[in-house]
Ligand binder design. Structure first.
Ligand code: SAH
Length: 399
C-alpha cells in the first residue's frame, strides 16, 4: 500500500474535510506512487485521514477521494459517487431532457478535478486532476450507463493542466455525434454549444438562473429597457433581454467568434436582430467610448472573465473590477440596474462587494443592493471547500 505521512500538526485541514494536501505538508512517502495512483494519507501520529489520488507534479500532491478508511477506490466507488451527484440534480433541480445542467462539480461533489455538464442528450466531461484522468474510462462508462446519454465528449484542455503535469485531451470519448455543434434549451431559448471550440465545456451553465433573472427584470421594464451586455460571449444575457422585449441591446465582446455565435443565436431564436448591436471591442475601452458619446442604459450586465485566478493576483484584478464597475454605474440612468459579476477565485464575495462599493462612491452614485447572486445550484459549494465559491454577483439599483 502506498502511504503518505504528513508532518506533525498538518492534518487539521483534512480533519475539516478540505480535500487538498499541499506538498509542504508531507513528511514521508512510502512506496513509489505514480501520477494518478491511489494513496492513503495519514497524520504523523499514524491516524488515517483519507484515500486520495497522488500527483508528484502539482503543488496539490493529493486530492482526497474518500474520508472513510474502509472505502475502496474502484469502479464501483466512482459509479456510486456519480450516481449520487446526478441524483441531487434530478431531485432538486430537475432539468428538461433538452436542457443544460451541470451533473458533477468537482471537489464539491466529492470528485476532485472532474466536471461533467449535460447539454440535452450529450455529456461533456473535463478531467483536470491526475486522479480524474487516471479513472477517465471508468468514469466515462459509468456516466453513459447512468444517464443514457447519446454521446460523451471530453474537453480536458483547461489552462490548469500544465501545473498538474497533464496533457490536454479533447474529443469524442463515447457514443456518436453527427456534429460537434449541438443545441440545448435554456430559459426557453435555443443555445448552440460548440463542443470542440466553445469556452470550458462549451457553454457557461453557471449563469443560467442569473440570465433568467435579468430577463425578468427587463420584462418588467419591457419597451423602456435599453440594455448593455458587456463580456457577452455567446449572448447569454443579451438574448434573454431581447426575448423579454428590450427596446435595444448592445452586446460587447473582444472575440469575433463569440459575436458570430450571438448572431447565429439571434437567427436560431427568431429574435429581432435590428434591436441588437454587436460591438467587437475591449470592454474597458468601449465603456469609455459609450461614456464619451453620452450614452445611457437601464440595465447593464458585467460578466468579465477571471481577472484573478489566485489571491496573489487579487490586487491587479481589483483595479480592473473597480474600473469597469465605476464606468458602468455612470452609464446607468437613474433607477437603472447593474448585474455585476466576478468569477475570480482570488477575489472573495466580501472583497468584490467592497470594490463595487468603492466604485459607486467614486462614481458619485447611491446604489442599493437588491440581491446577491451566485452560480446556479447545480454548481454547489461544499462548505469545507470555500474555493468552490468562484462566481459571485451583485444586483444593484442606482437612484
Ligand atoms: N456573459 C457570458 C460569459 C462571459 S465569459 C455568458 O453569459 O455566457 C467572458 C467573455 O469575455 C468571453 O467571451 C471573452 O471573449 C470576453 N472578454 C475577455 N476579455 C475581454 C475584454 N477585455 N473586452 C471584451 N471582452 C472580453
Amino acid at each position: 500500500m502506498q502511504k503518505i505521512i504528513l508532518k506533525r500538526d498538518r492534518e487539521r485541514s483534512l480533519l475539516r474535510r478540505h480535500p487538498w494536501v499541499f506538498s509542504g505538508a508531507i513528511d514521508k512517502v512510502q512506496g513509489a506512487p505514480q501520477l494518478g495512483d491511489s494513496v492513503s494519507v495519514y497524520a504523523n501520529d499514524g491516524r488515517f485521514l483519507g484515500h486520495g489520488a497522488w500527483n508528484p507534479v502539482s503543488n496539490i500532491r493529493v486530492r482526497i477521494w474518500a474520508w472513510r478508511e474502509d472505502v475502496v477506490v474502484d469502479a464501483a466507488f466512482f459509479a456510486a459517487r456519480l450516481a449520487a451527484a446526478i441524483a441531487i440534480r434530478e431531485r432538486l433541480l430537475p432539468t428538461a431532457p433538452d436542457g443544460g445542467v451541470r451533473l458533477v462539480h468537482g471537489e464539491s461533489d466529492g470528485l476532485p478535478g472532474l466536471v461533467v455538464d449535460r447539454f440535452g442528450e450529450v455529456l461533456v466531461m473535463q478531467a483536470t486532476s491526475a486522479g480524474a484522468r487516471r479513472w477517465r474510462e471508468v468514469i466515462a462508462d459509468a456516466l453513459m450507463s447512468l444517464t443514457g446519454a447519446r454521446a460523451l465528449y471530453e474537453r480536458s484542455d483547461s489552462d490548469v493542466l500544465e501545473v498538474e503535469g497533464l496533457d490536454a485531451a479533447s474529443g469524442l470519448l463515447r457514443g456518436t455525434l453527427a456534429d460537434t455543434r449541438i443545441t440545448c434549451i435554456e430559459n426557453g431559448l435555443a443555445v448552440e454549444v460548440d463542443l470542440a471550440h466553445g469556452h470550458k465545456t462549451g457553454h457557461y451553465l453557471d449563469q443560467r438562473e442569473n440570465r433568467a433573472l435579468v430577463g425578468a427584470l427587463v420584462g418588467a421594464l419591457a419597451a423602456d429597457a435599453e440594455v448593455l451586455d458587456a463580456f457577452c460571449y455567446s449572448g447569454g444575457f443579451a438574448l434573454q433581454a431581447l426575448k423579454a422585449g428590450a427596446r435595444h441591446v448592445t452586446a460587447i465582446d473582444s472575440s469575433a467568434a463569440a459575436l458570430a455565435q450571438v448572431q447565429r443565436h439571434l437567427a436560431l431564436n427568431a429574435l429581432p436582430a435590428e434591436r441588437c448591436t454587436l460591438l467587437e471591442d475591449d470592454v474597458f475601452k468601449q465603456l469609455r467610448k459609450l461614456r464619451d458619446q453620452n450614452r445611457h442604459f437601464d440595465v447593464i450586465v458585467l460578466d468579465p472573465p477571471k481577472f484573478a485566478p489566485t489571491a496573489a493576483t487579487a490586487e491587479r484584478a481589483a483595479r480592473g473590477y473597480k474600473d469597469i464597475n465605476l464606468l458602468a454605474l455612470k452609464l446607468l440612468r437613474p433607477g437603472g440596474v447593474l448585474a455585476t459579476f466576478s468569477c475570480s477565485g482570488g477575489v472573495s464575495a466580501d472583497l468584490f462587494r467592497k470594490i463595487v462599493a468603492g466604485a459607486a462612491q467614486d462614481a458619485g452614485v447611491d446604489a442599493q443592493l437588491l440581491r446577491q447572486l451566485h452560480a446556479t445550484p447545480d454548481h454547489p459549494i461544499a462548505l469545507a471547500f470555500p474555493e468552490g465559491e468562484y462566481l459571485k454577483g451583485l444586483l444593484l439599483r442606482v437612484s
